[in-house]
Design a protein around this ligand. Structure first.
Ligand code: ADP
Ligand code: MG
Length: 251
């Protein structure tokens, strides 16, 4: 349902993505892993049109979306969370989930349409439902800025659920969490996010990846170096080398 064909992204001399060819099928839950700076977030940014690729093609359900703008991609049913969280800090928790449904990619701009206004009540109901799913119904009227990080990450998940996208990218959903909080997040992803949609999970926490993903893709220095079953991929010498090489470089 999502196909990247020879996708390239450069930042000056840096090849953030080199000739990435990869496909994700309907209802698959796939882990996207790799050392810091390997291009994981860039891949999400290129698919969701934060910026366009320098070369290659991106197809969603057979439609070429390579040069689509972000709001069009969002309306097609592709959504994401952000590694560094993008929420309206001075809006209530439920307000954040309602706002997510107004077809806004990230929080860059608001795009009211007449039918959106008419649907305001539906948005409210869906927001209530989504907050229940992630366990935030009791704090729904608090300001987002008052929540601790694990709850903010759950709020990002609620924003996704309320939109019910066909394809979702979760960019380090357990970033900054304790092992227990990560386990809760893994369960939430497996139970509420993954069913009935394609879900691509970027994470450094391999426990979480192993828990929710039946397939893992590994990036290193902008290249796809492995793609397959987690148990097989985790023990590949090239994959271990990619992680150890980096650890050694930083030692
Ligand atoms: P990851 O998410 O795997 O940690 P990124 O995709 O964020 O890695 O980054 C890949 C490489 O591209 C890194 O070297 C990073 O510094 C660089 N990079 C990412 N975004 C930009 C940007 N907007 N401008 C310049 N360089 C960038
Ligand atoms: Mg990243």
């Amino acid at each position: 349902m999502l196909n990247l064909v020879s996708v390239e992204k450069r930042f000056g001399e840096l090849h953030a993505l080199s000739e990435i060819t990869i496909s994700f099928g309907p209802n698959e839950t796939v882990g996207l892993i790799g050392p810091n700076g390997s291009g994981k977030s860039t891949l999400v940014n290129v698919v969701t049109a934060t910026y366009g690729p320098d070369a290659g093609q991106i197809l969603f359900r057979g439609t070429d979306i390579t040069s689509h703008e972000a709001h069009r991609i969002s309306r097609l049913g592709i959504a994401r969370t952000f590694q560094n969280l993008r929420l309206f800090q001075r809006m209530t928790v439920i307000g954040n989930v309602e706002a997510a449904q107004y077809g806004m990619p990230g929080n860059v701009f608001f795009r009211f349409r007449p039918d959106d206004r008419r649907n305001a009540r539906n948005f409210r109901q869906k927001a209530e439902w989504a907050l229940e799913q992630v366990g935030l119904q009791d704090v729904r009227n608090r300001l987002a800025s008052s929540l601790p990080l694990p709850q903010l990450r759950r709020l990002e998940i609620a924003r996704i659920l309320a939109r019910d996208p066909e394809l979702v990218f979760l960019d380090e959903p357990a970033g900054g969490m304790t092992p227990t909080e990560s386990e809760d997040m893994a369960r939430l992803i497996a139970d509420c996010v993954a069913p009935n949609r394609t879900c691509i999970v970027i994470e450094h926490k391999m426990d979480l990846i192993a828990h929710v993903c039946a397939r893992v893709c590994v990036l290193n220095a902008g290249q796809l170096i492995a793609d397959g079953d987690p148990e097989e991929v985790f023990v590949l010498p090239t994959v271990i080398e990619a992680y150890l090489g980096r650890a050694a470089a930083h030692a």
